[in-house]
Design a protein around this ligand. Sequence first.
Ligand code: FAD
Length: 502
Amino acid sequence: MVEKDITEKEKENERKSINDIKKWVIVGAMITVLMASAMTYDRRASSSITLFFKDQNSSCHCPKVSQKYTGIIEDCCCDFETVDSINGEVLHPLLKELVTTPFFRYFKVKLGCHCPFWPEDGMCRLRDCSVCECPENEFPEPFKKNFHPALLSTDFMCQEGKSQASVDRTVDNGAFRGWVETDNPWTNDDETDNDDMTYVNLQINPERYTGYSGPSARRIWDAVYTENCPKYPAGEIFQEKKVLYKLISGLHSSISIHIGAEYLLHEVTNQWGENPELMNDRVLRYPDRVQNLYFTFLFVLRSVMKAANYLEHAEYNTDNNKEDMKSHSLVKQLVHNSKLQAACPLPFDEAKLWQGQSGPELKQTIQMQFKNISSLMDCVGCEKCRLWGKLQILGLGTALKILFSVDDKSNRSEPFQLHRNEVIALLNLLNRLSESVKLVHEKADMIENIVHTVEPASTKITIVNDCQELCQMVLADYETRKFLDVTLQLQMFRRRREGYII
Ligand SMILES: Cc1cc2nc3c(=O)[nH]c(=O)nc-3n(C[C@H](O)[C@H](O)[C@H](O)COP(=O)(O)OP(=O)(O)OC[C@H]3O[C@@H](n4cnc5c(N)ncnc54)[C@H](O)[C@@H]3O)c2cc1C
């Protein structure tokens, strides 16, 4: 009797445990299904899962989450929101296309190192430091006029091993059709001197991570900031002194953003990708550096708008009619863009500068400082960094020349002229800045959270029935989702760097 009872009890317990297991399996399966469906609705939500039971085909139009940078950009006439929207919608797509056209992709530059301050120390450790050379047949015919045959390189060394990734180093000793040879008063290089000049295809030599760092790079930036454009003290009254510092700092931010956007994640496998940590550490966590990037973008944009008539009537000739017409058409679309003129008619007001009694003297000092910065580019110990450093400094020098030479009463007798290379530098610089502004706008909110390493909240499931409720949840959940996105990216980045993901 007792034995029978025990067996019955054991059987009963066994049935109970089987039922329990069955129950948990069903619950587990349900949770998996619910989570999977929630993930397909919002793949990023993992700590807080929202299930939306409204008709799945109808979409919700939730209000936009607020962006980090808002309001007027210091010393400019437009706000962050307008700049982000006009850049994303109009400027960036136009510029991105423009710089690929033959006219805008070949830049003439002196790449030899003639550092006037200290001997070049070649601190670059990557092949990506060097600029690629290319076969002559790639080059537009008008660019070849009067080239120096002795300087035509036949060495097709490409750092990426691609034959099409090439740079032509022929030297042009004559002016291009429709373009005069003029020197830029703001830069050190004499733009009319063709000795040792090299042509570089910018499209195959992108500005990105090169591995150039350490004392050599640091020395250049130190010399730029400490000797030539020190950070102005709070309350600085001379707007002009602020302008030079902000232009250089904005350019520095842009260079750093590009290094972070195209970074060598894994040297052995040559894997490239984003480095959000670098973007945050060097730029995003410093609001003034972000401000300065936007400032520089608006400053250069203003110069392009001011030179609209000149740029519209210039000749874009590479003997490739179709491509040249495209260059011309894109320039016109850019300089006469009605959306840009409506949204931000005066990106920067240059008329406010050089007004006081000390104006002319101040202009001379600042011009000299900018020339010094320009000569420092010859000391950059990495060829590719030197190429982009020189191009962007010439671009900034061209913007300064446009803004402060046009309508300059003392120079009225001389017609305003731009060198072809100046226009190429100016528009390539504007494109680089536009790209950096876009990257900052898209990634700032997300990346900044890398530094706030908080534990994600525990998983909870919420059921929502209508759009309004869902929108509220999306907004409330925004911070968590941002964190999760960035954490995931950061983890991936670290794992890649450590060689786990190839
Ligand atoms: C002209 C030039 C072009 C370069 N181009 C490239 C390139 O294409 N690819 C590449 O991989 N490397 C390039 N480099 C090197 C790169 O800029 C850095 O110097 C390098 O990556 C080392 O970075 P870092 O962390 O020491 O800080 P750095 O960027 O060298 O900064 C040095 C110091 O300047 C200050 N600083 C930094 N950013 C700003 C800012 N926005 N505004 C004001 N102050 C600031 C900070 O005090 C910082 O410690 C270039 C360097 C120069 C001088």
